[in-house]
Design a protein around this ligand. Structure first.
Ligand code: HEC
Ligand code: HEC
Ligand code: HEC
Ligand code: HEC
Ligand code: HEC
Length: 196
């Protein structure tokens, strides 16, 4: 086999390849950081709802417990959003004439549930279970922030895979009570724990 390139040409080629690989990596990494920063995950952005329902009023000023409206949060995968009947338990008596509540009355009349827009929504390939986290002493605020002070709910965390893993790798500092047995802890970053 005859030599096609002089050694110096080979060196030049290697340098070009190395620097373009570096430039490419830089573009990818920068892109990743931009895409994966807060705005990409809708952190901090409020979402318009059919009724301007305020957690600051209900959970804050009126001091209502989260479980009054999100009644399945301790046992089920989903926290659940209250039915119109739950709202009407009070609003058949208070603020009955408020125009902000018109969609509530319409929903009662038609039986059509209110179409609340989702603030948090994991992709279909991810599994999450509220009850297990709440039972282990992870507070609502650890994942959702001070909802009782929010007029409109916003995401305060990305809820990205790396955010989940940050806690799964080392949960103890973030549990208000109890601890995870070592054999269980060792499973918490298995793909199959969180993915179907
Ligand atoms: C009076 C009923 C009521 C109470 C009490 C209440 N919520 Fe809600 N919550 C709602 C309704 C209605 C929605 C859907 C509209 C919205 O997002 O604001 C909601 C939405 C949410 C969401 C966003 C759900 C999504 O789409 O991702 C979170 C998080 C939440 N509540 C947490 C809490 C926490 C934490 C507490 C206690 C501090 C609490 N809620 C107390 C009625 C209530
Ligand atoms: C370990 C983090 C974590 C904790 C603790 C937590 N949540 Fe959530 N919450 C989530 C995630 C993640 C979602 C989105 C779930 C999805 O899209 O499947 C969510 C969604 C919700 C929703 C929207 C409806 C639903 O069930 O998907 C409500 C309401 C809610 N959480 C309320 C609460 C309340 C009230 C508490 C405390 C009792 C609480 N959460 C504790 C992470 C958490
Ligand atoms: C435990 C009783 C109770 C329940 C249940 C309740 N509310 Fe209220 N709500 C009140 C009271 C009391 C006020 C008046 C608060 C004030 O004037 O400061 C109010 C005020 C409001 C207002 C007026 C605007 C504001 O935020 O001040 C809206 C809109 C509203 N509620 C929607 C809802 C919806 C939607 C539900 C069901 C998800 C609901 N409420 C459940 C007691 C309740
Ligand atoms: C603040 C800490 C914390 C965060 C944040 C957190 N987890 Fe967990 N998670 C735990 C702990 C602790 C356990 C173990 C509970 C046990 O085994 O008793 C657990 C268990 C689980 C389980 C096992 C449920 C089962 O079937 O046994 C799933 C699934 C899960 N987490 C998914 C998620 C996902 C998805 C996210 C991110 C959206 C997340 N977790 C964020 C602390 C956290
Ligand atoms: C503690 C929970 C958890 C574990 C464990 C976990 N994932 Fe994920 N993963 C998530 C969540 C949450 C998302 C969705 C983030 C989003 O896009 O909202 C995700 C998304 C992904 C995606 C889609 C791309 C992306 O970044 O959104 C891939 C691929 C993936 N995971 C692979 C894996 C593999 C492989 C493992 C095992 C080595 C693993 N995951 C373990 C929670 C987890």
């Amino acid at each position: 086999m005859t030599q096609l390139f002089r050694p110096s040409a080979d060196r030049a080629l290697r340098r070009i390849l190395a620097s373009s690989a570096f430039a490419f990596a830089l573009v990818v990494v920068t892109g990743f950081i931009i895409v994966r920063s807060g705005p990409f995950w809708n952190v901090g952005s409020p979402i318009t709802q059919p009724i301007p329902f305020s957690h600051a009023v209900h959970a804050g000023e009126l001091g209502m417990d989260c479980r009054y409206c999100h009644s399945s949060v301790e046992v089920a995968a989903t926290a659940g959003v209250p039915t119109v009947e739950t709202c009407m338990g009070c609003h058949s008596q208070v603020w009955t004439a408020a125009s902000a509540l018109a969609p509530l009355h319409a929903s009662m009349a038609t039986g059509e549930p209110l179409a609340w827009n989702r603030v948090h929504q994991l992709p279909d390939h991810v599994r999450f279970h509220h009850g297990i986290h709440v039972a282990r002493g992870v507070e609502c605020a650890t994942c959702h922030g001070d909802v009782e002070r929010m007029a409109q709910v916003r995401k305060v965390e990305t809820m990205s895979m790396s955010w989940c893993l940050d806690c799964h790798w080392d949960p103890h500092a973030r549990l208000s009570s109890g601890s995870v047995p070592p054999d269980r802890l060792a499973q918490l970053d298995d793909c199959s724990i969180c993915h179907y």
